[in-house]
Write a protein that binds this ligand. Structure first.
Ligand SMILES: Cc1cc2nc3c(=O)[nH]c(=O)nc-3n(C[C@H](O)[C@H](O)[C@H](O)COP(=O)(O)OP(=O)(O)OC[C@H]3O[C@@H](n4cnc5c(N)ncnc54)[C@H](O)[C@@H]3O)c2cc1C
Length: 385
């Protein structure tokens, strides 16, 4: 039995690191258990875009939470810079969504109606109006959906800064694989690793795409599927892109941290396979060149693939676990897990510290899958990639 903690956080991605940071900052003794390295999966390789206009539960319960999360990111960026000296490159900037077909034009124009009604700063632009912002938009574009608020962050630096700041507040980061939980009288008493147990009062499970394993630990379905995404980074002559761009199935932006144009992403249902493929690379480059023909002169300098933790209904799985006093799940951010990590962490910190949160997280309740059949849960029991 190793030295105990107030809270054990399992998983060193964006969700786990942000929770570890907030709880250690509040004075709790936190141990973060990560089986590889912090930020070694999608949290360290994500595009880092924040677009609250789209995603599962939008319009709906995830819109206010996404907007709140952007505000929380802005505050975190400053706090983390002061605490660690790490620049996370959080910045607010517009996102322009490009339409290539009449159907896409109509869909964007319909979305603009509800987005304006919900108070978002969105509008329709002709390609030439958009070229006043970014002159290199290609001729295949029929129209442009201007979207604010929007933002981005360097997700690896974000995770790194969170974990360093947590350590400054006394958190311990340790290597290990969580294999289960122990409880006494309904209350968690330890988190089990492969060779030992870490005693604790509270456990927070943030093991991302591997969260299906928690189904067997908890006796409650946590139906999370890994959805593979590939991303390329392109070196190209010329000034950086003026803002971020989106199109059906993809996006791109010039990143301040490395000066490269990042573009993604594929959506593949291939289990825990994280290997980049020539087909993925070709698809991403083709889409980038359709948006910006001058990118054809670019050189791909990095190609990565990682896994989005995606729930059966697309919404995160967040909150207390019934039947396990002191146990919380925070996962299922899907394609928005970097954006949502800040608000998910805030909610968990509220629940752990005060027993309640003002954030409306009902739609994300872990109990909503309670009637699912346990053996069909993707990823359940998975330990590998
Ligand atoms: C190509 C791509 C682009 C993306 N772009 C964006 C974007 O622009 N904006 C956005 O908001 N989101 C984006 N995402 C989604 C985002 O990256 C994820 O939703 C988010 O990073 C998930 O964070 P997490 O902490 O839940 O999981 P992860 O980052 O996967 O972290 C989970 C951690 O748990 C560890 N672990 C697993 N099992 C155990 C165990 N048993 N014991 C101990 N540790 C364990 C793993 O090693 C891992 O480090 C993108 C994803 C992809 C694939």
């Amino acid at each position: 039995m190793s030295k105990g903690a107030d809270v054990v956080v399992a998983g060193g991605g964006a969700a786990g690191c942000c929770i570890a940071y907030l709880l250690s900052k509040a004075g709790l003794q936190v141990t973060l258990v990560e089986r590889e390295a912090v930020g070694s999966h999608s949290s360290g390789f994500a595009f880092g875009g924040m677009t609250p206009q789209y995603g599962p539960g939008i319009p709906g319960p995830m819109l206010p939470l996404s907007l709140t999360s952007i505000d929380l990111h802005q505050r975190l960026a400053q706090e983390l810079r002061e605490a660690t000296g790490i620049e996370t490159h959080f910045r607010r900037r517009p996102t322009l969504k490009l339409s290539y077909t009449e159907e896409e034009v109509q869909a964007s124009q319909r979305d603009i109606v509800w987005q304006r009604r919900d108070g978002l700063d969105v509008r329709w632009m002709t390609p030439d109006e958009a070229r006043a912002i970014e002159p290199r938009i290609g001729p295949a574009v029929l129209g442009v959906h201007y979207m604010e608020p929007a933002a981005s962050v360097d997700s690896y630096r974000y995770v790194l800064a969170l974990v360093q700041a947590a350590e400054k507040h006394g958190a311990t980061v340790r290597h290990g694989t969580v294999i289960g939980l122990r409880r006494q009288g309904g209350r968690v008493m330890a988190v089990a690793l492969e060779k030992e147990e870490v005693p604790c009062d509270t456990a927070v499970l943030c093991v991302g795409p591997w969260s299906g394993a928690a189904s067997t630990w908890l006796g409650l379905p946590v139906p999370i599927e890994p959805v593979k995404g590939q991303l390329i980074r392109v070196q190209v002559e010329g000034p950086p892109l003026a803002c971020a761009f989106w199109w059906a199935g993809g996006y791109c932006e010039s990143k301040a941290a490395d000066g490269l144009v990042w573009t993604g992403a594929t959506h593949e249902h291939v289990g825990f396979d994280e290997v980049p493929t020539p087909a993925g690379r070709a698809e991403l480059m083709e889409r980038l060149v359709r948006a910006f023909p001058w990118m054809a002169e670019g050189r791909i300098v990095r190609h990565t693939a990682c896994l989005r933790p995606t729930s059966a209904d697309g919404l995160p799985v967040l909150g207390p676990v019934p039947g396990w006093e002191g146990v919380y799940v925070a996962t299922g951010g899907g394609a928005k897990g970097v954006l949502l990590s800040a608000v998910m962490a805030r909610a968990v910190a509220d629940l752990v510290l005060a027993g309640r949160t003002d954030l409306d997280i009902a739609a994300m309740s872990p109990t909503r899958f309670a009637s699912a059949t346990m053996p069909t849960i993707p990823g359940a029991g998975a330990q590998g990639h």
